[in-house]
Design a protein. Structure first.
Length: 539
């Protein structure tokens, strides 16, 4: 075997993590002087950058974070905002095809402009590019997908300058087999890829596994981001879930002029809290790296009570005592609480969200320090309550929901028990709350429970094949098991695979907060450093 051949790395998946991975690998190759490297990006969709999260073409599907927080460049935190200032005609990169102008079916009637958290829930079309409020605006998700494609085009240029050969292929990777010290990747479309020294799996979010028995039903909608015009305005709609995915479904119904009742069903979780219009840096006082190190000295594991106490103390300080344990843990929320949440967010009288947001960099190490039983208890009983506070909705979306509630159109029903299809083509949802049963009939049903984290339940050829052979292992707390630091996939024997890396939302069991841009960027940076330095030498 020729030890001086050009090393080959294949990245599977061209969504946000796949694009960030290519950028990190090129940066690391340039920084370490590796002048020979072959990098292949394989994406099954026609366009790069979309995935489940950003594929929606609709302008009313907003990013859940303000623009200032969405950079995928570790050393340029304002990169997304900078791109927005000059992106009126940003090109659309395609897998296996040329760039074209980015457009959506609704741009003529509904401008893809930012939503100002201070203003009404109407797109702002009067901004100048240097308006500082751009940092605090919520942009349509497809604008972020366009930004990702721009970032990838910049990576292609950087690769050329660094001597890295970067190729993009449109195909689905179906399986991955060892071949000596390399890997062969089996693809559809008769694509023949060169054998790879390393593979990085960036498979993104998985579709939710619930209620698959309804797939194919003409009035069942598995994807809350692609409702299009198939729901008549006069139809009664049921939405499963009250998370941010449900908020996006409600935004679609509101924006398209739906007029009939809408019912949201959940187990216990109410609608999310509301983000303030301005988010400023916050310095943690209680939940700090030093405090965690002290509590975990002598290899002790944290309990759920210890972590909860630190978070409650942090928020109590941030809100000057206005929000304490009683409100944080209360599940007794009503529709009219949203009006109060909006008023508090608009006045920005407390810094509870800044305090929670400041915990993001600590979340993976905090999760790692938790006792396994504490993790299991949290996921089973407290995750919904945590998400209500930690993942609040953008203020423009909150105003939309409040309008639906004020008119009597939107209703929330906790305690969901069963869902079944009825003979008349609709659905029946049964709930039990505070000892009382209720039954609701809806014409259309939208599954907005969210994405899935159980890889065995995913209809995904590559995941299924690698799990079957023990190349990948499902983590007991969700997703795929990987090494915390290097992101090398763990085999069925518990050992890190020296050839396969896995990054993105499906490392939740290891890193917990894996839908956050900053968590994935930190993981990708560490992975790229380890991968590039582990490659065989090149000529």
């Amino acid at each position: 075997m020729n030890a001086t051949r050009t090393p080959v790395v294949t990245v599977v998946g061209g969504g946000a993590c796949g694009i960030a991975t290519c950028a990190a690998l090129v940066r690391e190759a340039a920084a370490t002087g590796r002048t020979r490297l072959e990098l292949h990006l394989v994406e099954k969709q026609q366009r790069l950058g979309d995935g489940i999260a950003y594929a929606s073409p609709y302008d009313w599907h907003l990013l859940n974070m303000q623009a200032a927080t969405m950079s995928i460049c570790p050393n340029a935190p304002d990169d997304f905002v900078t791109w927005l200032q000059g992106s009126d005609h940003a090109p659309t990169a395609r897998a296996g095809g040329p760039a074209t102008n980015n457009s959506t079916p609704h741009q003529a009637a509904y401008a893809a402009a930012p939503y100002d958290a201070r203003a009404s829930a109407v797109p702002s079309t009067t901004r100048t590019a240097d308006d500082p409020t751009l940092h605090h605006a919520y942009f349509p998700r497809h604008r972020f997908a366009a930004y990702l494609r721009h970032r990838f085009s910049e990576t292609v240029r950087a690769a050329g300058q660094a001597g890295v050969r970067l190729e993009v292929h449109q195909a689905e990777v179906l399986d991955c087999h060892p071949w000596g010290q390399r890997l062969t990747l089996e693809c559809d479309r008769a694509l023949q890829l060169p054998s790879a020294d390393r593979a990085v799996l960036c498979l993104g979010d998985l579709p939710g596994p619930t209620h698959r028995e309804f797939v194919g039903h003409p009035r069942y909608h598995q994807d809350p981001w692609r409702l299009d015009d198939s729901i008549p305005h006069a139809a009664t709609v049921g939405i499963l879930g009250t998370s941010l995915s449900a908020v996006d479904a409600l935004a679609h119904l509101h924006a398209t002029g739906h007029t009939s009742p809408i019912h949201c069903f959940s187990r216990t979780r109410p609608f999310p809290m509301v983000q303030p219009p301005d988010i400023h840096p916050y310095t943690l006082r209680h939940l700090t790296e030093e405090r965690i190190a002290h509590l975990t000295a002598s290899h002790l594991r944290l309990t759920l009570v210890q972590v909860a106490d630190l978070i409650i103390e942090e928020i109590r300080d941030a809100t000057r005592g206005q929000i304490g344990a009683a409100r944080l843990v209360s599940r007794a929320r009503r529709h009219d609480d949203l009006a109060t949440d909006i008023e508090e967010a608009q006045s920005h009288s407390t810094n509870w969200y800044e305090a929670l947001d400041a915990t993001s960099p600590l979340a993976p190490s905090l999760w790692r320090a938790l006792h396994p039983r504490a993790k299991t208890e949290f996921l089973a009983h407290h995750q919904g309550l945590w998400a209500t506070w930690r993942h609040p909705m953008p203020l423009p979306n909150a105003r939309r929901l409040h309008n639906l509630i004020k008119t009597g159109q939107l209703h929330w029903h906790p305690g969901i028990k069963t869902v079944r299809a009825t003979r008349n083509g609709g659905f029946e949802v049964r709930c039990r709350h505070e000892g009382r049963y209720s039954q609701w009939h809806v014409d259309h049903l939208v599954n907005a429970i969210g994405t899935g984290f159980q890889p065995w339940l995913a209809a995904h050829p590559l995941l299924g094949a690698l799990l079957d052979r023990g190349v990948l292992t499902a983590h007991p707390h969700g997703g795929v098991d990987v090494d915390f630091d290097t992101l090398q996939a763990h085999t069925a024997g518990g050992q890190p695979d020296t050839h396969i890396y896995f990054v993105g939302p499906l490392t939740r069991g290891v890193h917990f907060y894996t839908n956050a841009v900053e968590t994935n960027l930190a993981n990708i940076t560490r992975m790229a450093t380890h991968l590039i330095r582990s490659l065989p030498p090149s000529e």
